[in-house]
Design a protein around this ligand. Structure first.
Ligand code: BES
Ligand code: ZN
Length: 588
């Protein structure tokens, strides 16, 4: 089935790219990749082929030693330039020679000063959702899958890693070769170049990071092999051979990115406590939910993230226990309700699927795909019982592995396999309508309730004591900060910071909520610390709440833009674009 995808200029009915052989030269001086790419199609094509591209500098195109002509025509800020490759004559293969632009959206070139070691440059890619086209012309749509090989040339002091199998290349050789035998959609193409050390974590797992932080990273994520075993019990065999991770510089705009075989990670998850291992569980779960069974278009994004959040919570239940699982779920539910309230009850952004929402651009409501998606699947599970649902999960993975699936396609499968779900769960409402259905089984947690009581007492004038909070679970602290009203006395800000040990715990998740409260509460002396935080943490999820608070609070409103300009160079271009948009929207 071919679904109309509004985020691509390509037309997969013309024929699909099946395989690409890359030769890539990484140029840290010019900030470009020099690339020769040979494409194989699934059928011979005559005439013109439409491809996505973004600021690609095309130098040569040929098919069977015949020169091809081309034209970059349709041009759009987001979609990029449509590349018309012309003169194909029953060809099932063609070759392009080109280089990327220093402004390629998928590539982040970091100066040595922006790395942990401070001596070597660092390059990393981020293709989800529509940025692969800035690395190579392609059908940049999640419904098209291809295999690839790559020869990568880098400065000899550095190492290249890809979301693929390394077949050749030694440290110091400056030459690394990879192959990706499992077909992937373009958004899962990934490359990293830098000064990396490697630590093995288990027979199938390991971690790459700069030498300065690799041991801390290896300790933090040491449980990955055990997580894989649980994931396989739930989702079926792991079909990507190895699972390694790459720790990126702090500018990385996400917590993690599920690049196949090689998850990309924020260094802010290294807390020295193993307190954010659910991040790994999440990215690992994507190896099935997202990477094996892929959303057909970005409109179906909830299929990737809702399923992954569901799988993550099932695995957390086993690894961290029922209490921790319930606490996560209750916290996430409260977060979801807060987001929905802010968006407005009728906002299409609160639907799982709506033709009127743009999942990639709506950062402030992106959690709907994750949490409402997960909660919908929990409803389905409750309707038929866990045993039957577990059989369904494995069949689902097997039936659609290495395929893309639309929301409709998923619901058809659900109807065929578990028809009774539709008698018990209002599927239409869950998927296509805004807000949460009234009969939602809202998660309950006694650990969460304990925090709600502390919040209630605080409202009555009784602050919690240090003893009361010192053994709190990470998500209890998060729940407490989440539940505080936006404006509290400055003195209480200082008190909570002290008893919650925020400085020592150095957890970006805590600071994100805490600083937003401080700003709203007129705690003006906090600003230099806020600035330091904003200049050292790239994770958008953490930055946005603080900027939102600054924009909506009188004393800080005018300072938001200048602060952003001062910390801007520390950030990823995606982050810069988004925050710039947020400020502009606020008239700043
Ligand atoms: N695939 C996403 C990150 C992403 C989403 C990149 C949309 C580009 C566009 C990744 O799996 C993710 O969900 N990361 C979360 C992790 C968290 C939910 C545990 C993040 O970065 O916050
Ligand atoms: Zn995810």
């Amino acid at each position: 089935m071919t679904t109309k995808d509004p985020t691509t200029y390509s037309d997969p009915t013309q024929g699909k790219i099946k395989h690409i052989d890359f030769k890539i030269k990484v140029d840290f001086d010019k900030h470009i990749l020099d690339i020769e790419a040979t494409y194989q199609l699934d059928k011979p094509i005559s005439g013109t082929l439409f491809l996505d591209s973004y600021k690609i500098n095309l130098k040569q195109a040929q098919a069977n030693d015949r020169a091809l002509t081309w034209e970059f025509d349709l041009d759009d800020e987001v979609l990029g330039q449509r590349l018309q490759l012309q003169g194909l004559d029953n060809d099932s293969s063609f070759k392009l020679v080109f280089h990327t632009s220093p402004e390629a959206r998928a590539l982040q070139w970091m100066k040595p000063s922006q790395t942990a070691g401070g001596e070597h440059p660092f390059l990393y890619s981020q293709c989800q959702a529509t940025h692969a086209r800035s690395i190579f012309p392609c059908q940049d749509a999640p419904s098209v899958r291809f295999t690839y090989s790559a020869e990568v040339e880098v400065p000899s002091a550095l190492r290249a890693v890809m979301a693929a199998e390394q077949v050749d290349g030694d440290e110091g050789s400056g030459r690394f070769t990879f192959k990706m035998p499992q077909p992937i959609p373009s958004y899962l193409f990934a490359l990293g170049v830098g000064n990396f050390a490697f630590r093995e974590l288990g027979p199938r797992t390991g971690i790459y990071a700069e030498p300065e932080i690799v041991d801390a990273a290896a300790w933090e994520f040491a449980e990955t092999e055990a997580t894989m075993k649980e994931a396989e019990k739930l989702l079926g065999p792991y079909l990507w051979d190895r699972y390694d991770m790459l720790v990126l510089p702090p500018s990385f705009p996400f917590g993690g990115m599920e690049n196949p075989r090689l998850t990309f990670l924020t260094p802010t998850a290294i807390l020295g406590t193993r307190g954010q291992t659910s991040l790994i569980t999440h990215e690992l779960a994507h190896a099935w939910t997202g990477n094996l069974v892929t959303n057909a278009t970005w409109q179906d994004f909830w299929l990737n993230e809702g399923w992954t959040t569901y799988a993550e919570s099932r695995i957390t239940e086993i690894l961290e226990g029922r209490d921790a699982h319930d606490l996560h779920a209750a916290y996430n539910a409260a977060d979801l309700l807060k987001i929905m309230k802010r968006a407005g009850v009728d906002s299409p952004a609160t639907c799982l699927y709506s033709p009127d929402k743009n999942p990639e651009e709506d950062v402030s409501t992106i959690a709907v795909a994750y949490q409402k998606g997960r909660d919908f699947l929990v409803e389905c599970e409750i309707a038929v019982g866990r045993e039957r649902f577990d059989v369904f999960i494995q069949k689902y993975m097997k039936s659609f592995q290495f395929q893309s699936l639309s929301t409709e396609g998923f619901l058809d499968f659900l109807k065929a396999e578990l028809p009774d779900v539709f008698g018990k769960v209002n599927v239409q409402k869950w998927v296509y309508e805004p807000g949460m259905p009234d009969d939602w089984h809202k998660p309950h947690s006694h650990l969460f309730e304990e925090v709600q009581k502390a919040l209630e007492n605080y409202k009555q004038g009784k602050r919690p004591s240090r003893e009361q909070v010192q053994d709190w679970h990470r998500y209890q602290t998060l729940s407490f900060l989440q539940g505080l009203s936006n404006v509290i006395p400055v003195d209480d800000c200082k008190y909570f910071e002290d008893i919650l040990d925020l400085e020592k715990k150095n957890d970006g998740g805590f600071f994100s909520l805490f600083f937003a409260i401080c700003v709203a509460s007129n705690y003006q002396e906090i600003l230099p610390r806020v600035e330091k935080f904003m200049g050292s943490v790239g994770r958008m999820l953490y930055l946005f709440p603080i900027f939102r608070a600054m924009i909506t609070t009188e004393w800080s409103r005018e300072q938001a833009r200048p602060l952003f300009e001062r910390v801007k160079e520390k950030h990823h271009q995606i982050t810069i674009k988004r925050i710039d948009g947020l400020l502009k929207q606020a008239g700043l």
